[in-house]
Design a protein around this ligand. Structure first.
Ligand code: P6P
Length: 338
């Protein structure tokens, strides 16, 4: 066996899962999530040819215009997850209500997902992505399931991940139960397999590449601490990088270091981003990579994002996440009593 050459030793997602979790139901669930990511990647790549650009005419729970690819990717994930036989509750950004999986197809896990986050970028071919968080039911042996199984703190998450549909299609996973850390897989289209490329990814400490990422078009509504922090980043020579697609902005932040900020402001007391399928998964991945995920001042105190308890499946929270040095600089502005 030792003489198998490295280039023939494909560590694909399936093999990585088998070697890193003994939970067969979770392995099937993750394999189905991987299939849905591949199918969504293919749909995004073919959108122009297949006439999938443009609006589907509906509006989703966020109030965004639903684009054809949004609807298609939502259906791909819902079908893959229900047919995994591993899910009991599904929450999709594209659906107002949670899906309680029929008993004959139900399993132990609950998945919250944004099937195509950043979809406003689709028609101009800017990268988008899928973001997901996996919980185990509160009472796995019970036949009953409800939203209560998923309206929990981010510290209960079993697996967090995202898939970025960019120049390459890249899947990033974090198994809370596993000390492997943040794992990167890149899709080899010729094989149709996610190949493991990086293990135990760590975010740079901050102050290296000096990048801050936020929508400065909202700065007229920001509170003083955020204004002061962004002013300091500029004074220190930081570059502004903002794609407007959370997966792209957070993936760059994890790999290059820096900070991604979508704060609460005068117009939106909870900010814009959703707790279950944007804030939580990204905060868990960033924390596992050695970074910080904070809400900034929220509901009267500066909080660790993962400690929140969402009040509803589409609840929102402020997001300040990235390299420790950079997030601490922002939080110091709150401590300064700004
Ligand atoms: P804004 C996309 O709609 C999204 O949910 C995230 O992917 C992205 O980071 C953010 O909203 C962009 O919001 O207000 O800057 O357009």
């Amino acid at each position: 066996v030792e003489d198998v050459s490295a280039e023939q030793d494909f560590m694909n997602l399936g093999r990585w899962l088998m070697e890193n979790t003994s939970d067969k139901e979770l392995t099937v669930l993750m394999a189905q999530l991987g299939l849905a990511c591949k199918a969504t990647s293919r749909a995004c790549a073919k959108a122009g040819i297949a006439g999938l650009f443009g609006l589907a005419g509906e509006v989703n729970s966020t109030g965004d215009d639903q684009k054809k690819l949004d609807v298609l990717s939502d259906e791909i994930f819902v079908s893959a997850l229900i047919n995994s036989g591993a899910c009991a509750v599904l929450v999709s950004e594209e659906r107002d209500e949670a899906i309680i999986v029929p008993e004959e197809k139900a399993g132990r896990f609950c998945v919250a997902f944004d099937p195509l986050d950043g979809s406003s970028n689709i028609d101009c071919n800017v990268s988008t992505g899928t973001i997901f968080a996996v919980y185990e039911k509160l009472h796995p042996d019970s036949k009953d399931s409800s939203e209560a199984d998923i309206l929990r703190t981010g510290t209960d998450i079993v697996v967090a991940g995202y898939c970025m549909y960019g120049a390459a299609t890249e899947l990033v996973l974090c198994f809370r139960s596993n000390d492997a850390g943040v794992e990167r897989f890149s899709l080899d289209p010729s094989l149709g397999e996610f190949i493991h490329t990086h293990t135990a990814v760590k975010i740079p400490p901050g102050g290296g590449k000096k990048i801050y990422s936020c929508n400065e078009g909202n700065s007229c509504n920001w509170d003083a601490p955020i204004l002061d922090a962004v002013a300091q980043f500029k004074a220190e020579g930081y570059s502004a990088r903002y794609v407007g697609s959370m997966v792209s902005d957070v993936h760059r932040t994890i790999l290059y270091g820096g900070i991604y900020i979508y704060p609460a402001d005068k117009k939106s007391a909870k900010g814009k981003l959703r707790v279950l399928y944007e804030g939580f998964p990204m905060a868990l991945i960033v924390e596992t990579a050695g970074g910080i995920g904070s809400t900034g001042l929220f509901q009267g105190k500066v909080q660790r994002m993962l400690d929140l308890v969402p009040g509803s499946i589409h609840d929102r929270c402020p997001v300040i996440l990235g390299s420790p040095r950079d997030v601490k600089l922002v939080l110091s502005k709150y401590e300064a009593g700004n």
